[in-house]
Design a protein around this ligand. Structure first.
Ligand code: ADP
Ligand code: ADP
Ligand code: ZN
Length: 216
């Protein structure tokens, strides 16, 4: 199963991806996670990406496409993959189409997690992430059993530096201007399926999972 998750920042892509990759046993490819890992390691790519991520802007296409091109060529992607947060521009979608063609693969479905803008600020400012295993929580909507501590690995939870009210505004503008046009792009290619991301976490998982089981 070769799947793309789309949706605005805070729609629930990462949360749902954790569950879906565990059910379908496919790798989770998140360009946001790749940038955060490179930033914390201080690699040259990470240093360059940081200038954009810290401002809430999209990282340039050439850098982002390079990450995905390398990752999709790894042998574990032969059994399928879930792309979370890529593509985010029409140029990235065109590059992806070329990458999958060259590998003899094809995108089977694009799931759009539809969530109204009015939900997103609260979701993003309350988001907390485990430093050790990357699991996502929310202080109100999905709290850990013990405040600040990961249920799965007892790691410390932190808040992303771009999950502030100020950065969220810029990120939503980037989404509307550069990413939302992709809905039309994939609709025209008959790949787009919409899931209501405003339901509770469990209901959203059920809906995605049955949609994917129907395609498998
Ligand atoms: P994305 O990867 O699309 O930016 P996340 O999966 O990180 O979104 O979710 C953003 C925040 O909202 C997280 O704190 C997460 O726990 C919470 N969240 C995710 N899905 C839901 C939902 N269906 N209802 C309420 N909160 C949610
Ligand atoms: P969110 O949870 O808000 O959807 P991500 O973790 O996917 O955020 O991405 C965090 C940041 O990483 C983005 O604001 C952007 O700076 C950068 N980024 C992630 N994916 C891409 C992409 N496909 N193209 C450009 N920049 C990206
Ligand atoms: Zn953890």
């Amino acid at each position: 199963m070769n799947v793309i998750f789309m949706g605005p920042p805070g729609a629930g892509k990462g949360t749902q991806a954790e569950k879906i990759v565990s059910e379908f046993q496919i790798p989770h490819i998140s360009t946001g996670d790749a940038f955060r890992a490179a930033m914390s390691q201080g690699t040259p790519m990470g240093i360059e990406a940081k200038g954009y991520v810290d401002k809430g802007l999209l990282v340039p296409d050439e850098i982002t496409n390079g990450i995905v091109r390398e990752r999709l060529a790894q042998p574990d992607c032969d059994k399928g993959f879930l792309l979370d947060g890529f593509p985010r521009t029409v140029a990235q979608a065109d590059a992806l189409s070329e990458i999958v063609d060259s590998l003899g693969k094809k995108i089977e479905v694009v799931i759009n997690l539809a969530v109204d803008r009015s939900y997103l600020l609260a979701r993003l400012t309350g988001r907390r992430i485990c430093k050790s295993c990357g699991s996502t929580y929310h202080v109100i909507f999905n709290p850990p059993q013990q405040e600040g501590v990961c249920d799965k690995c007892s790691g410390e939870l932190y808040q992303r530096s771009d999950d502030t009210e100020e950065k969220v505004g810029t990120r939503l503008d980037e989404y509307i201007n550069k990413t939302a046009p992709l809905l039309d792009y994939y609709q025209k290619r008959e790949l787009l399926r919409e899931v209501n991301g405003e339901q509770d976490i469990h209901a959203v998982t059920e809906q995605i999972s049955s949609l994917l089981r129907g395609l498998a």
